[in-house]
Design a protein around this ligand. Sequence first.
Ligand SMILES: [Zn+2]
Length: 284
Amino acid sequence: MSLIKKILAVCVSVPVILILVAFAFKEEIKADYQKYVNRSVPILMYHSIGIIPNWEESLCTSEATFATHLQYLTDNGYKVVTVQQAFDLLSAGKSVEKIVAITFDDGYENNLTSALPLLKKHGFAGTFYIVGEKIGKPGYLSYEQLRTLSDNGMELGAHSMSHDPLTIIKPEYLVWQIKEPIALFKKNLDMNITGFSYPNGAYNQEILDIMNKGGWRYKYALTGKMGANTQEIVLNTPYELRRIGISEKFAGKEGIENRMKDTYIVGYLASKGFDLNQFRGSKY
Ligand SMILES: [Zn+2]
């Protein structure tokens, strides 16, 4: 581990340890934290549901691990809705206690063959962000398969056209990368999509300005920033929603339990003005 990484690790872990110690002693802090938990929605981010040899570990979750994660959510009373549904509940000020959203990036075919049956078994609705130019390519979902997901109550959204991080795209292609998926879904599936997931979680002010332009715009966009989502976030920064990456690295019930805790703690600290995201990069 490099010295810089060590320093960053200490910077991140010290406040987390402090807050955990504070929890152990302060009833008021515990109550305040619980209030935050009850009014916020974690958005979990998966990619491939199935281990693909030689792939980056953070992009793959085995079917068995995914099944265990869903069972954990069911056993602990969570209800999984689409991101648009969670967004609507939050913005309307309705109860979001025990509400979670599960998302899948990149549009892998195994999202239909492996994830959908498990989601349905638990009565959960997932949200799938699709890369325009990958639709129908080997290993990726086709339009017909996307239709099946939608027919089963799942939400479909965009993940750009080419999956290049938008912060490094030539300016002349930027609007096309963001806007074209709307036309693609309309033309091929007669479907109006409302959500966008930034490739690699990367975005900047120029991208936010495009997102905020009128007419064709999305209702929300997902970043690589960690934390849960509150009414303040969806109303004030709808194009900067937070997510947490989940993969085989977080196998088992403890894996998802810890990841949910991380989400709430990072979100809680951010709501108090201490955003740990400033210490970490975004790489998804
Ligand atoms: Zn992606």
